[in-house]
Design a protein. Structure first.
Length: 179
């Protein structure tokens, strides 16, 4: 790789690493696996960097590589026998008021557990649409499927999330949006 291309790649990777790791965590629910997925996706990007013509569309491409890397990882036989822990340590939010930290952690845990209960394609559409804030067309491009498929997977995923969270596990009223 040329020196100029390598420097451009390094800048791109440094700028994207944090959001890629967050997206990978939302997909897989494990920070260690998220780090591995991010590194695998960045390695795939590095290998094809000189062939990438449109550097303005790299954000979409890197999401596509990351989601496909995660889906490929899920298909590997040794992942089928691995069980993740229910309890993951959450880092405290120093900026929050002490009385809201518990409520926020409860809500975060509910959403995380419900997200991990979704099938892979539904989880991918929910993460891309609502956590990465992609449009339907952008999510369809990342997932290499039709926009209608993204819409139906999103609707099913949201319905399943609501079922998993349920009315009994609702976030305390101080966290609910006002109408």
């Amino acid at each position: 790789m040329r020196r100029q291309d390598e420097e451009h790649y390094r800048q791109f990777a440094a700028g994207q690493a944090r959001s890629m790791r967050r997206t990978a965590y939302l997909l897989c629910g494990d920070w260690h696996l998220a780090e591995d997925l991010m590194q695998s996706a960045l390695l795939k990007m590095y290998r094809s960097w000189s062939r990438l013509d449109r550097h303005d569309e790299l954000n979409s491409y890197v999401r596509r590589v990351l989601v496909r890397t995660w889906l490929d990882e899920r298909r590997k036989p040794w992942r089928r026998w691995e069980h993740t822990s229910e309890l993951l340590p959450d880092a405290p939010d120093d900026d929050a008021e002490p009385d809201t930290i518990t409520e926020r952690m409860h809500a975060r845990g509910l959403v995380r557990r419900a997200l991990l209960a979704l099938p892979p394609r539904q989880r991918a559409t929910i993460v891309l649409r609502y956590f990465d804030d992609l449009s339907v067309a952008q999510a369809a491009a990342v997932l290499n499927c039709s926009e209608g498929n993204v819409k139906s997977q999103t609707a099913r995923g949201l319905r399943t999330l609501r079922e998993h969270i349920g009315d009994g596990d609702r976030v305390p009223s101080s966290q609910e949006p006002t109408r």
